[in-house]
Ligand binder design. Structure first.
Ligand code: 2NL
Length: 344
């Protein structure tokens, strides 16, 4: 029996389409060949239609051939598709490879707030110089915050504009002096103590004022304490904080709880004393208040001013941190902004 024309065409199509599937360069190219040969409007479908025109004795042979071609093409298609998928998976496994035997990164360590860091450094320094570190309540009595410190009844610091008063007559401490008053009440001289902590002032907030801030106060009570002792301790403190030698100067300053009282300046180390924005072109930057403890303050807390005297000082930790790191806006320190905090 001779092949019909159709048989020839089926064989030719099968050979051609098989070869093109095997050499297809991409899934898209492969799919195009499949549609062309096996699709609903493809060549094989066309042949299927033409079978109707064949003589009945030729039809069975051509039908078998058509089915065999269809099956062969489907198999060729699946084989090639599978090889594309394997290559794709292999590429992905290669690209997404992870070494599971590497040690994990672990938790990211945090750090202490710069104010806490400076507070702890100053505490350590004073402990090494024989001082106690004392703590006390943030809600204070009017007596411990004002009366015991020789602050007059009509002093403006007692105003509601400066002090947060509570409805029961107590207040939020405006300095850590009351901690030292409690220290004098509790311990006998000779006495060396520092009182770091959070204090509150009823102020409006701007780039250099917060209503809540941190300070450290200290005092030493002994026999014959002089301004020379005071200067030595202040210079040691500032040397520790700024990690360099600092030139200091004393100006008279008034605080009711010391006599004499001073404002202590350091020579500006931003400009070296020639004048800049930080020192407001004066060459000096105000750092702390200090003086010899007013005898009235000693007497009020049960210490005999005929036998004992002492020096005391107070300084803002916030100011110190801003000076040390060149921070221009006080609000950054309480912002909780990690981009800021991660620098310390
Ligand atoms: C400042 C000034 C100062 C004191 C604080 C003090 C405490 C007692 C007795 C005497 Cl219990 N004095 N403290 C003395 C002088 C100045 O602070 O500008 N602070 C930020």
């Amino acid at each position: 029996m001779f092949d019909s024309m159709l048989d020839e065409q089926i064989r030719a199509l099968q050979a051609d389409a098989c070869a093109r599937m095997e050499s297809a360069k991409s899934l898209e190219e492969l799919e195009a060949v499949r549609v062309e040969a096996l699709g609903r409007k493809g060549v094989l479908a066309q042949f299927s239609k033409e079978m109707g025109k064949l003589a009945p004795e030729e039809r069975a042979g051509a039908g078998k051939l058509l089915n065999a071609a269809k099956q062969a093409l489907e198999e060729a298609f699946e084989r090639r598709k599978h090889s594309f998928e394997e290559a794709k998976l292999a590429a992905r496994l290669d690209a997404e490879w992870v070494d599971l035997t590497l040690p994990a990164a672990g938790p990211r360590p945090g750090s202490l707030h710069p104010i806490t860091q400076i507070q702890m450094e100053i505490e350590d320094l004073f402990v090494s110089l024989g001082f106690m570190v004392l703590d006390g309540p943030e809600v204070e009595t009017e007596y411990h915050n004002f009366d015991a410190l020789n602050i007059p009844r009509d002093h403006p610091a007692r105003d509601t504009q400066d002090t947060f008063w509570l409805t029961d007559g107590n207040l939020l401490r405006t300095h850590t002096s009351p901690v030292q008053v409690r220290g004098m009440e509790r311990f006998k001289p000779p006495l060396r103590m520092v009182a770091p902590g959070r204090v509150f002032r009823n102020e409006s907030i701007d780039a250099s004022h917060e209503h809540t801030f941190y300070q450290i106060e200290g005092m030493m009570i002994d026999h014959d304490v002089s301004v020379a002792h005071l200067l030595y301790f202040m210079q040691t403190l500032l040397h520790e904080v700024f990690r360099r030698d600092v030139k200091v100067r004393l100006r008279p300053g008034f605080f009711p709880f010391v006599e004499p009282g001073f404002e202590l300046d350091i020579q500006c180390f931003i400009c070296g004393g020639s004048g800049c924005a930080v020192c407001k072109h004066s060459g000096w930057v105000e750092q702390l208040g200090c003086g010899l403890v007013n005898p009235n303050v000693l007497r009020t807390s049960g210490i005999d001013p005929e036998e004992w005297n002492g020096f005391a000082f107070g300084l803002g930790l916030t100011r110190l941190v801003m000076m040390r790191y060149g921070i221009e806006d006080i609000r950054l320190l309480q912002s909780g902004d990690l981009r800021f905090l991660q620098q310390f």
